[in-house]
Design a protein around this ligand. Structure first.
Ligand code: NDP
Ligand code: PYC
Length: 339
């Protein structure tokens, strides 16, 4: 069996290429730099549903004038532990970047700080938003809502978004503890990838347009919907994400925006919440040592894989061998950088 030819790029090469693409397609240099960095790191870590796969979606949203690639976020310092950012109909990551310094300063002085981003588009993996805090010794939790495509448990029609939750905590002597999970049974991006590859999904992920269970990703994408993970439990977490990421920030609920007048729009126009905690304020044993102890005990009872381990292994491979990209995919990206 012949395999498609692959090329490999360094993180710097891929970031520079993606930055060129974003700028070429209407973003400011500052926005391009933040999005390119995010997307290249996702590709490096094998987060394929939110790596270069997302580039056409970003570009078609920009071309439809649904999202403002030139937006300049407005940061408001509203309380000792609370920052609000109006992303001005731009992407969420530049809004986080604009407020990040103040957020860390507040978390370190007050022990805890909240960043509430509204009027924002998040089209990426969530772990890149939290992992760097843990690398600085802080604990971080973030939630973001997306677009209506998930049927709440016990309901008959979709309402929630795929609404991920990401968490990162420092760990002594090892990589931070990080998880990042959609509250739907599967991320929408993975449904698209399965449909493209002609693969069926495991049972229990979604329903077709008649509300009947289906394992066919095409049925889900053409009028069907996803289910929450874990029945009523995932559904409750998805509801929590709507409340924290939209109601608390002033952003849209996943069902609240209408992109029908912007054909090609794909980036959800919602909100994002981050909570950052300085564990040094808790006193007692160092938090990072306690994290390491917990992981040690988890391994002692037979756990082989921590959340994040797969990504860290992919990252190490990418750093030694380069980030693999199918050669035809790379050619398309290079064409986009000049088109
Ligand atoms: P997965 O189900 O693949 O993984 C969820 C988490 O569980 C990851 O931290 C993963 O670690 C970990 N994990 C997976 N398998 C195991 C295992 N066997 N044992 C222990 N841990 C495990 O992710 P999702 O499909 O839920 O989400 C994919 C991405 O989609 C996320 O990055 C999410 O942020 C993104 N997304 C973004 C949205 C947005 O609106 N911006 C909306 C929905 C999703 P590891 O990473 O190491 O595999
Ligand atoms: O994969 O569910 C998803 C998703 C929604 C918005 C960005 N990614």
């Amino acid at each position: 069996m012949s395999h498609p030819a692959t090329s490999s790029l360094t993180l710097g090469e891929l970031t520079a290429l993606l930055q060129q693409i974003f700028e070429r397609h209407g973003t400011s240099a500052a926005v391009a730099q933040v999005l390119a960095d995010n997307c290249a790191r996702a590709q490096r870590d094998g987060s394929y549903s939110h790596g270069v796969f997302r580039i056409p979606g970003y570009l078609s949203s920009l071309a439809s004038n649904w999202v403002d690639g030139q937006a300049v976020p407005v940061v408001e310092d509203v309380a000792s532990g609370f920052i609000r950012v109006d992303a001005a109909n731009g992407f969420a990551q530049p809004a986080l970047a604009a407020a990040r310094g103040l957020l860390v300063e507040k978390a370190r002085s007050a022990g805890i700080a909240v960043l509430a981003i509204r009027n924002s588009h998040h089209f990426a993996a969530l772990w890149p938003d939290v992992e760097p805090f843990a690398e600085e010794g802080l604990v971080a939790l973030s939630v973001v809502n997306s677009m209506t495509c998930v049927v709440p448990h016990g309901a008959s029609k979709p309402l929630f978004g795929t609404n991920p939750i990401a968490f990162a905590a420092p760990r002594a002597g090892g990589a931070p503890i990080v998880f990042d999970l959609a509250t739907s049974a599967i991320a929408h991006g993975d449904v698209q990838i399965a449909a493209r590859k002609g693969h069926m999904l495991p049972a229990g992920m979604g329903v077709d347009k008649h509300g009947e269970a289906t394992e066919n990703p095409q049925d889900i994408l053409s009028g069907g919907a996803l289910l929450p993970f874990g029945g009523h439990k995932g559904s409750a977490l998805s509801m929590m994400v709507e409340l924290l990421a939209a109601a608390l920030t002033g952003g849209n609920f996943s069902f609240e925006f209408d992109w029908s007048k912007h054909p090609g729009a794909q980036t959800p126009w919602t909100g994002q919440l981050l909570i950052v905690i300085d564990p040094s304020k808790s006193g007692g044993n160092s938090f990072a040592l306690r994290s390491a102890e917990l992981v040690c005990q988890m391994h002692a009872v037979g756990l082989e894989r921590m959340p994040g381990d797969r990504r860290f292994i992919e990252r190490a491979k990418s750093l030694s061998d380069g980030i693999p990209l199918a050669s035809d995919e790379l050619a398309k990206l290079r064409a986009l950088a000049h088109s």
